[in-house]
Design a protein around this ligand. Structure first.
Ligand SMILES: [Zn+2]
Length: 332
């Protein structure tokens, strides 16, 4: 994904505060009553960690490689253990350099007949270039993407495992997008304009796995595993889905994860959720590690470097994100 400087507008902040707490007071009360009765499962961060390790063990999941194929099979087989409804969406997409990429979006549905639905998503491919590494020798080397890619998928696989035995009232789709991170490298001559990131979510938004697919909202995870991660309120999320964003952040605060979910506005990130909001018009937020003090733009320090590996992954952060998500969906 990439950062959009030109989008810094005050408007999103105005939207957030103008959609404040009172407009649904009756509904809120019902939900508060449910919070006392709903039992939320316990997110297992060891399990999520193991799912991340497993993906990284294939090697960089770069489109067109054996590791990419093997990981797609692994993700499909794993999700099929948790639900009968798994869709593998195969497609081709043109990359920034003219190459044709073969992609696979992998979608697992729970309670598929329920029209009341939400989706949770992350990208599973990893970046072919460590183009932000401080050592230029690595700029053409693919990355492990333990945090950038595998962490969000690890959290979602653990949630899928939980849903296989215990489901909330709402129907849930878990969507693993391919071809998110094949955008032009930092030092490429071919950067130019064009939507070269999020190719998998762009495809899905135009060709949903079920024609006429609808969900009331979506939540994207990206880089949710680093130690002491901070999730700022990302710009497009705040613009398109301020109520949802507040709900998720408030939930995180209520259950004890306020150190990760900061009520502070971050930049505008062209991540998978932007295409879903733009094309499919389903309000979708991005829980993404943004750090104003980062040495690497506004992203976490190891973003698109050779050191985005298992050393960066913290079970504590996985727990904060996974438990927050489980609480949101079970209280929905
Ligand atoms: Zn990336």
């Amino acid at each position: 994904m990439k950062f959009r400087f030109e989008y810094f507008l005050v408007m999103a902040v105005i939207l957030l505060y103008s959609c404040g707490g009172n407009e649904n007071s009756g509904k809120t009360k019902n939900k508060d009553n449910r919070k006392n009765t709903v039992e939320v499962p316990n997110f297992n961060s060891d399990s999520a960690y193991a799912y991340i390790q497993k993906q990284v063990d294939f090697g960089p999941r770069v489109p067109g490689t054996e590791a990419h194929d093997a990981c797609a099979d692994y993700l499909t087989i794993t999700l099929k253990r948790f639900t009968d409804s798994v869709y593998v969406q195969k497609y081709k997409a043109r990359a920034y350099n003219g190459e044709t990429l073969k992609g696979k979006n992998i979608i697992a549905s729970f309670n598929p007949d329920n029209a009341d639905r939400i989706f949770l998503c992350a990208h599973w491919d990893s970046r072919p270039y460590a183009d932000h590494d401080e050592n230029p020798e690595f700029h053409k080397t693919p990355i492990d993407g333990a945090n950038d890619g595998a962490s969000g998928v690890g959290v979602l696989l653990e949630i899928a495992r939980q849903l296989s035995t215990n489901q909330p009232e709402v129907g849930i789709d878990i969507i693993l997008f391919d071809l998110e991170d094949y955008g032009p490298p930092q030092d490429s001559q071919q950067r130019g304009e064009g939507d070269w990131w999020g190719l998998g979510s762009q495809y899905w938004s135009r060709n949903t796995h079920i024609p006429g697919y609808f969900a009331k909202y979506g939540i994207l995870l990206d880089m949710v595993g680093a130690k002491d991660a901070t999730f700022l309120m990302e710009g497009f999320s705040l613009y398109y889905a301020p109520g949802l964003l507040k709900k998720v952040w408030n939930t995180a605060h209520r259950i004890g994860y306020s150190q990760h979910f900061l009520f502070e506005q971050g930049g505008y990130i062209e991540d998978d959720h932007k295409y879903i909001n733009d094309i499919l018009k389903i309000p979708t937020i991005d829980i993404i590690h943004l750090d104003p003090n980062s040495t690497n733009g506004s992203f976490f320090d190891h973003w698109h470097t050779s050191t985005d590996n298992m050393d960066q992954i913290s079970r504590q952060t996985l727990k904060a994100v996974g438990q927050t998500l489980l609480t949101v969906v079970f209280e929905d």
